[in-house]
Write a protein that binds this ligand. Structure first.
Ligand code: ADP
Length: 238
């Protein structure tokens, strides 16, 4: 019965996803079609601008479908033992380039090994999504801090994971923070507070899916105008 309920929930969220994507995709196609007509009537110096808009919308459409595919992907992915510290160290260069000039990236890995049983590419994706969100929360600049370590979970009424020690990946920012209303909805597919050409609302839904598949959990601490910390807890592999 549990499995049937889980399957029903999955079908429902896939249905929501499909209609959301169709809607966003349609808007992007409208931009593309519209600009194609404009190009036909353009004089010389307008062509480049309209082509850039077409290109932009097509890029966004592609990003949307690949994120959707990752989110909806149900076949088992290759799982290996990966050290969280290595994931962070290897990504540091790329991440500092991705976040831009007015933001400082601090990566602080712990000295213990942090082996987890997961797909490497998906761990990269978690880190990238969290860091990009942290950047977006600091339009005036600031610091993103990525740390690794371990954390002890104790038995509790709201605690669905077994008590014990977990590997932890934390991403903090000193950005806008979130209201309780936003905080309650961040893991919903397509929930976004960003302008339509900047957010798909699939980032944290994807992170949530990956972390649950990996047997972990996410803890969010956020204070308006102070900042946000996302902590990803994953079982330590033995
Ligand atoms: P997107 O980034 O495309 O909006 P996400 O699912 O990654 O989609 O995030 C959903 C929403 O959660 C964001 O639009 C934003 O409102 C909120 N959010 C996520 N990370 C942060 C953060 N570090 N600080 C403040 N708000 C955040």
């Amino acid at each position: 019965a549990d499995e049937r309920a889980a399957r029903a929930a999955r079908m429902e969220s896939l249905g929501q996803l499909a209609s959301g994507v169709a809607h966003d995709f349609n808007n992007l196609l409208a931009i593309i079609l519209n600009c194609t007509e404009l190009v036909a009537e353009d004089t010389g110096d307008q062509v480049a601008g309209d082509l850039a808009r077409i290109r932009n919308a097509a890029d966004r459409a592609q990003e949307l479908t690949s994120q959707l595919l990752l989110f909806a992907k149900r076949e088992p992915v290759q799982v290996e033992i990966v050290d969280l510290n290595v994931v962070v160290t290897d990504a540091t260069d790329l991440l500092s380039r991705a976040i831009g000039n007015n933001i400082t990236l601090h990566c602080d890995t712990c000295s213990d090994a942090l082996p987890v049983r997961a797909n490497r590419g998906r761990l990269d994706q978690i880190l990238l999504n969290l860091v990009v969100n942290a950047r977006d929360a600091m339009p005036e600049g600031g610091t993103v801090t990525v740390t690794t370590g371990t954390t002890e979970l104790s038995e509790g009424p709201a605690q669905t994971l077994p008590a014990g020690r977990y590997a932890q990946l934390a991403v903090s920012d000193n950005g806008t923070g979130m209201s309780a209303e936003v905080r309650d909805r961040i893991f919903e597919p397509f929930f976004t507070t960003k302008p339509v050409d900047q957010g798909t609302g699939l980032g944290l839904a994807t992170v949530y899916g990956i972390v649950s598949d990996t047997g972990g959990t996410i803890i969010v601490d956020s204070t308006l105008r102070v900042g946000t910390t996302f902590r990803i807890l994953l079982p330590i592999a033995d």
